[in-house]
Design a protein around this ligand. Sequence first.
Ligand SMILES: Nc1ncnc2c1ncn2[C@@H]1O[C@H](COP(=O)(O)OP(=O)(O)OP(=O)(O)O)[C@@H](O)[C@H]1O
Length: 250
Amino acid sequence: MSSNEVKVKVSHMTKKFGDLLVLNDISFEVKKGEFLCVVGPTGCGKTTFLNCLTKLGVYQLTSGEILINNEPVDLQKHNVAYIFQEYSAFPWQTVEENVAYGLKIKKRPAAEIKARVDEMLEMVGLTEYRNYYPNQLSASMLQRVSIARAFAVQPELLLMDEPYGQLDNSLRYKLEDDLLRLWQHTGTTVIFITHNIEEAVYLSERILVLTNKPTGIKQEIVNNLPRPRDVTDVAFNQLRDKVTDLIKWW
Ligand SMILES: Nc1ncnc2c1ncn2[C@@H]1O[C@H](COP(=O)(O)OP(=O)(O)OP(=O)(O)O)[C@@H](O)[C@H]1O
């Protein structure tokens, strides 16, 4: 899916909280349309890594530079969407209103909003729940609302921080397939943080393996396994074991 065009270029990203050096001179690139997963040991700074990409508030970089389309990252200009582990749906809005939210903020025409919301709801299997409120939905349905809402605005970059960390395996597999379908359909560039190595091998085109703090990149692994992927496949398990060995600290 990825092209040769560089979407995100991170140079010497360094982040300290007081005296604590968390991210230590990290440099990498993400190609347009690429699906990049980032894994690493517990507490190494995965969330900090993702938050620093937008340089908001306490996550301003201590030093280094982040470019999107060769320009300094600017959330007013660049269309960046997020999905977190916590459910982000507005409880006072229906599923349909939640999915339409970003498009309304962008003041898109009503007909475009309707068409886009219909398309997104169809892709995540929520069409018949469009008039439900979040408190009427299961955990996995809430995450599907988040995905549909994020993709509705056609983000050029989607940042995901362990979105399925609290779900059991069967729900997670279903959501991962929804995500892959949307990614393939839209060509969005995705950076996906996870502590789950199997998930990284299932989703990614490339995996960045982080070290313990002060955090750097231990290894970049290209993941060319054919899709659809099978978690019981020999090659799949070899790659999973290789990544596991890289982040083992015991
Ligand atoms: N706002 C902050 N102020 C001070 N220290 C922070 C802040 N955010 C993160 N840290 C510190 O940065 C380090 C990395 O935290 P972070 O949450 O990014 O790790 P993580 O890899 O996402 O953790 P986990 O594996 O538990 O998900 C920790 O030592 C944490 O205490």
